[in-house]
Design a protein around this ligand. Structure first.
Ligand code: B3K
Ligand code: ZN
Length: 881
């Protein structure tokens, strides 16, 4: 269905609808290609709306079978129905009336995975953002809150399980082997939160008693036989429910909470009220099939969707421009949850790495948009790192500015004031202004202005005056459709670190803009003077990554080394070392362009060994510190004229230098971290594995490396170690028999498990070097691969384009061409998936000229295709603009 009208939606055009739909009753008679949907809508004229206002409902590819008003068939002249719209020009003049609609759907041919579709024989829905209109005509917008009653009818043998939102009211048998269930959700909700699942699934059940003593029945539904893989998800759910009570005072509100795992899904998961639907990748796990990263993702996503019950469902968004109101906030909440369940500093470092890897390039490229966009053509293309991740950072900054207690008071007020409403970003900011008495208007620019602010910082110390001065200058680069930027309020946590490694208790700044260890930068140029500072301190800035900015700090290398060892803020300690590594890699890149061999400062290389062996640091922290900036990170820092091959060589040279000069330490540590006890996915055990696998990555460079990795693979007792060894073998020693044997053994063992085979696909797709393209092309023919399943596509094509700098960016352009054709093939079936994949080309302008030309050709190949979906056209045209 092509519904690209080229229409642009604008924030300033928002106006309430003339009608509302207080009650919605739906009856589904399920059939693979002829499902009938009967919608009985109670429609009311909104207070103050004109009696002459037409009723205009949205559809998407619908077939209308029947229409009645207040129980009487409607004359053909009294309405206009097209697949995409239903208009009743002159609805009854009564304040309320009943509209009955019957539509017919074909779930089994719905390959876009929006609306009602089938996956592995299971009926399943996805309505966010605008999928409900593929089920029935409706006021399909988030500010229309309705109470839903849903009756599902299906043959008992094909679909013994019938689920929808809310509480189950009634079940019973029907003629001809059919049965039914009636669900009622007492909480008014927008249509995007509607869900239905019907099929034959296994279940893990449990229960949870809320803080006020109500018992909630919990279910995690998975394919039969996979129940034992769902226990971790269930455990994560219960921990999330408890945590939201403790951290935010939020209790669950229905008698039932269900999670269903399905194998064809466009995203990670969906927070439908009382019935979360998940990509099975984020539910199923055990030590044999899931890595530590998988466990952490499952925990985070289970939590995220559960937390939406309050931030998203009880309080929803007035319109889709406000998406960050639920997404940024809920990401912030799941980050805090994971930080509490695991190691806070390690979690923070990982978050910042992700933000920089995904959000920074978005903010610095053609797809840049504010956390709250002002216009869109296709809302599905705005479920972005900016809305989610930067949106979360903005919430974190509010907490930094207000302090934890005041922040909590603001959240309490938000829940109290807006429960049951469709709210806006302004409403959210206002609660914090109201509880704190602060003016957050300048701060609110973070929602409205795109681009990553840069701070240029210099310092000076006057020993005679015992004065230390910091000068900070802010600038926000221009982004598409915003060439001039306003000055922002940037909260910068900082410390002045003395030569003993302790923070200096300075006499205070001369400045009201410095509060509790935070400099509030609000002007273009900000000078802070500290008095009573006898010796020159090292400046530790943006501690904990208090603001999502880039820093250009004029800093002595000496200070950076010192902070890397002694900063009391663990994030900043990691940051200092990472900055040193990045600078060295950029220098090596420049040498490489000039044909010179890369050389690295000895101190930097030695520090890797010192950090690796520092028993005072957590294992996971050490693993993160030792993990060199990725090729894409380096490219982003260089910014333009990128030659990915030269970056690759520089990075490899640094890795080799670290391995060679620290061989003894790394080997010893590698040996000592071997673990033979029972597997546990907890953070400490995962950290130990992460460090050992990181050490293996270095040791594999040295003579005998292939044998060592091959032994590691053979001895592995869990998926984390097995997958790590396989990746290292394949990436570093791909041509060896050991690598080939390991890939074959892995395939032999996991052939029947598509989620595990996704790792096998990804490992091969991310092997560096031009030759990988042919490998990937060949793997598209692998029997376990299919272009119809989003997980398979992301595992092979997606990672090839986003995590293989050298092969994707092959100088001859063959990587781009292959990718563009794959995107077009996918687009015919699933526009949303294709559009998401296509964003992999967003940084094309930072490449060197030849590659730029080739990438542009690939983009033009896509944009020149006729009849492109709105989703893909929007991405490609903005990318080219
Ligand atoms: N709200 C969903 C994402 C919906 C994406 C629609 N294109 C999952 C989440 O963020 O929790
Ligand atoms: Zn979300």
């Amino acid at each position: 269905m092509r519904t690209d009208t080229g229409q642009v939606f604008r924030l300033e055009d928002y106006r309430p609808s003339d009608y509302i739909i207080p009650q919605t009753s739906l009856t589904f008679r399920l059939h693979p290609d002829a499902t009938s949907v009967l919608a009985e809508l109670t429609v009311a004229r909104r207070h103050g709306a004109s009696k002459n206002a037409p009723l205009i409902l949205s559809g998407d590819g619908l077939v209308l079978k029947r229409i009645e008003l207040d129980g009487l068939p409607l004359a053909a002249s009294a309405y206009q129905a097209s697949p995409d719209q239903l208009i009743i020009p002159a609805p009854p003049s009564a304040e309320t009336f009943r509209l009955t609609l019957e539509t017919e759907l074909s779930p089994s041919t719905n390959s876009a995975l929006m609306g009602l579709f089938r996956t592995n024989g299971v009926y399943c829905t996805q309505c966010e953002a605008e999928g409900f209109r593929r089920i029935t005509y409706f006021l399909d917008r988030p500010d229309i809150l309705s109470v839903y009653t849903v009756r599902v009818e299906a043959p008992k043998n094909a679909a013994p399980l019938l689920l929808s939102n809310g509480n189950r009211q009634e079940t019973g048998d029907l003629a001809d082997g059919w049965h039914y269930a009636v669900w009622h959700d007492p909480f008014p909700k927008p249509s995007y939160l509607f869900a239905l699942v019907a099929g034959d699934l296994g279940v893990v059940t449990d229960s949870f008693v809320t803080a006020s003593g109500r018992k909630v029945d919990l279910g995690v539904y998975v394919e039969h036989g996979k129940e034992r893989f769902a226990t971790y998800a269930m455990d994560a759910l219960k921990r999330s429910m408890r945590w939201d009570e403790e951290a935010f005072g939020r209790e669950y509100d229905l008698d039932i909470f269900n999670i269903v795992a399905v194998s064809d899904f466009n995203m990670g998961a969906m927070e439908n009220k009382g019935l979360n639907i998940f990509n099975d990748k984020y539910v199923l796990a055990d030590d044999e099939t899931a890595t530590d990263a998988d466990f952490a993702n499952i925990e985070a996503i289970i939590a995220h969707e559960y937390f939406h019950n309050w931030t998203g469902n009880r309080i929803t968004c007035r319109d889709w421009f406000q998406l960050c109101l639920k997404e940024g906030l809920t990401v912030f909440r799941d980050h805090e949850f994971s930080a509490d369940q695991r190691s806070r500093p390690v979690k923070r470092i990982a978050e910042v790495r992700t933000l920089r890897a995904h959000q920074f390039p978005e903010d610095q490229g053609p797809l840049a948009h504010p956390v709250r966009p002002r216009r869109y053509r296709e809302i599905n293309n705005f479920y972005t790192a900016t809305v989610y991740e930067k949106g979360s950072e903005v919430v974190r900054m509010i907490r930094t500015i207000l302090g934890a207690e005041m922040f909590r008071a603001g959240m309490d007020l938000y829940f109290e004031r807006h429960d049951g409403e469709a709210a806006t970003v302004e409403d959210f900011v206002k609660v914090f202004e109201d509880v704190s008495g602060r003016d957050l208007q300048q701060f609110a620019l973070w929602y409205n202005q795109a681009g990553t602010p840069n701070l240029t910082v210099s310092t000076s110390h006057d020993a005679a005056k015992r004065e230390f001065v910091i000068e900070i200058e802010q600038s926000v680069p221009p982004t598409p459709s915003e060439s001039r930027k306003r000055l922002m309020h940037i909260p910068l946590a900082f410390g002045l670190v003395g030569s003993d490694g302790k923070d200096i208790a300075h006499g205070g700044a001369d400045d009201a803009a410095v509060e509790n260890g935070v400099i509030h930068v609000k002007k273009r140029r900000h000078v802070v003077r500290f008095s009573g500072i006898a010796e020159r301190p090292a400046l530790s800035l943006n501690r904990g990554f208090s603001a999502p900015v880039t820093l250009s700090v004029e800093q002595r290398g000496e200070d950076q080394f010192f902070l890397a060892r002694h900063d009391s803020d663990p994030f900043s300690r990691w940051q200092s070392y990472n900055t040193l590594l990045t600078e060295a890699l950029i220098a090596a890149f420049r040498d490489g362009l000039g044909g010179k061999q890369p050389r690295f400062p000895e101190r930097l290389v030695e520090l890797a060994g010192i950090i690796a062996a520092d028993e005072e640091l957590e294992h996971a922290f050490r693993a993160l510190a030792l993990s060199l900036p990725g090729e894409a990170d380096i490219a982003r820092e260089i910014g333009k004229n990128i030659d990915p091959d030269v970056i690759f060589v520089s990075r490899e040279a640094l890795a080799a230098a670290v391995a060679q000069s620290n061989e003894h330490v790394l080997r010893k540590l590698y040996g000592s971290l071997e673990f033979t006890g029972r597997f546990s996915p907890d953070a400490a055990s995962a950290g130990r594995r992460a460090l050992r696998n990181m050490l293996l990555d270095y040791l594999a460079i040295l003579p005998g490396g292939a044998d060592l990795a091959s032994r590691h693979f053979a001895d592995a007792t869990n998926m984390t170690d097995r997958a790590a060894a396989l990746a290292i073998l394949t990436h570093r020693h791909g041509e060896t028999e050991q690598a080939k044997d390991a890939l074959a053994a892995f395939e032999e063992r996991y052939r029947a498990d598509p989620l595990v085979m996704d790792k096998w696909l990804t490992i091969q797709a991310t092997a560096p070097g031009a030759a990988t393209l042919e490998k990937v092309r060949a793997l598209t023919e692998y029997p376990g691969f299919t272009m119809t399943n989003p997980n398979r596509v992301r595992a092979l094509i997606g990672t090839f384009a986003t995590a293989n700098q050298t092969a994707f960016n092959r100088a001859d352009g063959a990587g781009y061409d292959f990718f563009a054709r794959a995107v077009l093939e996918i687009e015919g079936r699933n526009p949303q998936l294709a559009a998401r994949l296509a964003t992999a080309l967003r940084s094309w302008r930072s490449l060197e000229p030849e590659r730029q030309g080739k990438a542009r050709e690939a983009l033009l190949l896509i944009s020149g295709t006729e009849n492109l979906s709105a989703d893909l056209r929007d991405i490609v045209e903005r990318t080219l603009a």
